[in-house]
Write a protein that binds this ligand. Structure first.
Ligand code: E4P
Ligand code: PEP
Length: 377
């Protein structure tokens, strides 16, 4: 829909085009959640909550493509990952990264949700439909899903299908995203800033744990004032910055930043981004270091994030140029075989941590002995 002359007077800005989009309620009515899907999402949220509060000594592993641009390749990846999840479920809790929105440093492709044709045509309705149906399919095979919540308006279209959410390095300091996290039903990881500032993430965890009232758009597409309960299941994700921050000293610093807010020391470590210096193979060395910390008894590390795809590396895309199936078009990822090796190593490290801690008098211990709060449905 183009803006006509009289509308242009009402839009005294630089808008070029406005396209209506269905409401979240319409899309969720069209692509319905099912009993099996709800069970996958809710049991995964419960398990992650238990891991975060150390009532479960496993490690959360958020693994998958940097971004999804081809839903068929994502389904193939999910089939493999679902089997890996089953194989290691005693030691690690695997959740698939399914990222549909990409925050950019300056500009670039903003993800399947915003531009599913990869050509700037920005068919957002199609993007939302593809994202929601892929999430339904992945959950249906019993594999829970993680995503980044970037555009708050997009949240209602998919959040019922998400077991774990990220607020990225570029938005962790935003009040809007902290408010959003305070009302979401899944655990949320806040990344440290792109420069490595961890206080931003600790402040975000504190802020999102509190109740908020704010103006937003509801699931019916109508503006609303909402009151949230606060989210007790938020944590820091260490993703590196100008320097990596996956080592034991950085984990201790992050726990200190949390303690200054009276929050329990728990972190997830992102092996990619600033921690890999965007060189995908470096994720293996980062994970080896994390495995060493776990085997040594670190209880502060509750999760690991890995960027992985069917094919290693990344590719540029351009009109008319065929794409390699299963390879990232955003950040470089490790290949499937290396993914299997890393997961096996992390699972072994969790067993080593279990053995190391059971040999001590205290063992694996929740930092907060209080009962877990009931999860909202
Ligand atoms: O995870 C992906 C990227 O690191 C993120 O979207 C930023 O990418 P850019 O710096 O290439 O814009
Ligand atoms: C964009 C991402 O990470 P960060 O916010 O840490 O850059 C990501 O995980 O896809």
């Amino acid at each position: 829909m183009s803006i006509n002359a009289s509308e242009a007077e009402r839009y005294p800005t630089r808008l070029k085009r406005v396209t209506p989009v269905m409401s979240p309620a319409q899309l969720c009515g069209e692509l319905r959640n099912s009993v099996q899907v709800r069970e996958t999402v809710q049991s995964a949220r419960r398990a992650l909550t238990r891991i975060l509060h150390r009532h479960d000594d496993r490690l959360a592993v958020i693994v998958g493509p940097c971004s999804i641009h081809d839903v068929n390749a994502a389904r193939d990846y999910a089939e493999k990952l679902a089997a890996l999840r089953q194989a290691h479920r005693g030691d690690v809790d695997i959740i698939m990264r399914a990222y549909f929105e990409k925050p950019r440093t300056t500009d670039g492709w903003k993800g399947l949700l915003n531009d599913p044709h990869l050509n700037g045509s920005s068919d957002i309705e199609l993007g939302l439909r593809l994202a929601r149906s892929l999430l339904l399919d992945i959950n249906l095979i019993g594999l829970p899903v993680a995503t980044e919540f970037l555009e708050p308006c997009a949240t209602h279209f998919i959040s019922d299908l998400v077991a774990w959410g990220a607020i990225g390095a570029r938005t962790a300091e935003s009040q809007i995203h902290r408010q959003l996290a305070s009302g979401l039903s899944c655990p949320i990881g806040f990344k440290n800033g792109t420069d490595g500032n961890v206080k931003i993430a600790a402040d975000a965890v504190k802020s999102a744990s509190a109740q908020h009232q704010f103006l937003t758009v509801g699931a019916d597409g109508v503006f609303a004032g909402v009151w949230t309960t606060g989210n007790p299941d938020c944590h820091i994700v260490l993703r590196g910055g100008v320097a990596p921050n996956y080592d034991a000293a950085s984990v201790a610093d992050a726990c200190l930043a949390l303690a200054q807010h009276g929050l329990a020391g728990r972190v997830m470590i992102d092996a990619s981004h600033g921690n890999s210096r965007k060189l995908h193979d470096n994720q293996l060395a980062v994970c080896e270091n994390i495995a060493g910390q776990l085997a040594g008894g670190s209880q502060a590390i509750v999760g690991v994030m890995i960027e992985s795809n069917l094919v290693c590396g990344r590719q540029d895309f351009a009109a008319g140029r065929p794409l390699t199936y299963g390879q990232s078009i955003t950040d470089a990822c490790i290949a499937w075989d290396d993914t299997v090796r890393i997961v096996e190593r992390l699972a072994q490290a969790v067993r080593q941590r279990r053995d190391a801690l059971s040999a001590t008098t205290k063992g694996f211990a929740p930092p907060e002995p209080k009962a877990l709060p009931a999860l909202p449905i």
